[in-house]
Design a protein around this ligand. Sequence first.
Ligand SMILES: Cc1cc2nc3c(=O)[nH]c(=O)nc-3n(C[C@H](O)[C@H](O)[C@H](O)COP(=O)(O)O)c2cc1C
Length: 386
Amino acid sequence: MTGIDRRAVIRGLLSFPVGRKLLAEPSVMDPANVFDFRPLAKAKLDPIAWDYLEGGSEDEVSLRDNRDAFNRIIIRPRALVDVHKIDMSLDLFGTRLDYPILLDPAGGKNCFYMNGEIAVAQAAAKMKALHITNGGIQKVTETGKGPVWWQVTTGGEFRNTQTMRAFVKRLESQGCAGICFTIDIMYVSHRERNIHNRLERGWCETGIPPRDVQGKLPEARNPETAGIFPSRPFPTPTWETVKELRSMTKLPIVIKGILTREDTEKAVDSGASGVVVSNHGARQLDHVGGTIEALPEVVEGAGGRIPVLIDGGFRRGTDILKALALGATAVCVARPYLYGLAAFGQPGVERVIELLRTELALDMGLAGVPSLKHIDKSLVRVRGLR
Ligand SMILES: Cc1cc2nc3c(=O)[nH]c(=O)nc-3n(C[C@H](O)[C@H](O)[C@H](O)COP(=O)(O)O)c2cc1C
């Protein structure tokens, strides 16, 4: 039986209660942690979409570093502190959040689940999580009704002053709560899983549904595009662009993709409201280390003047706790909620957020830190160093 035939049979069986029982369809409550969602997501997706979701760039060294680096940080728990109440709330640019976990931007959500961008917006609103969207902002703000930031990369928005002004006006009129400017994607890297899969750049972003929904793979895949240096038609943004953007709007501007003290200082000088320590989920420049390794120098560079957020490999409450101890204000995640989305749609996203939030609360209780204010550098040490 071919893969597609098998999927058709499974779909048929799933439409009857007996069939569902026969197949023992997993429930959204089965996974005990973020990692448990991975195989469920993988089973639902076309292998090409899975590689697009999961993969990093080139040798995927940073992809491994993003996870491995957490293991070098040890928590120093405090005993006999009253932890009967755990308060994870914080204020971020005037928005009250119940917990310090945000949803990162991720292109291609519609390729992991039908109308995935909207499903994520709805889950985020229900869970009162801040969501950085890639999709039609108006649709997302109307549907989600939660705090939504819009992510912008190096597209046409920054081509000149007029395009930038029009862009800002559109966001302000459509209920956007902040701008996330992703600066680490001046070129799209070689994500070699995609090249091997002959995945044409843009396939996932165009919103084509996964094969098990659509029934077949799109034909528009062009192996010719792999390995060709993509020229840029107009100058790429600079710190001057950030200053200009700053002069046009009062919305918070968060620079995503910072990995050094120097750039953090430039972000502050350019009027940025905050930064996200990020290596784009290890999907852009490889060999930049795990993001948690860059966090201390970025926090130093910010010097308490702007909040420092971070993403990259966060899968556990303890990962989040370590970042908060090293000076992060909040943590963002992408793949975790994408696993939930691919496996179960909106309820999967909600459950992933719930699991992360519960783990963080539990870990705070176990570590003797009842609120975010109690968390500081003394809560961690680096393995081998006293
Ligand atoms: C499938 C996928 C698509 C992504 N698309 C974008 C994007 O459009 N813009 C962006 O700023 N970052 C994008 N990212 C990067 C994430 O926003 C985030 O920086 C990173 O994935 C966090 O690491 P994690 O996936 O380990 O949580 C994407 C990540 C994934 C996995």
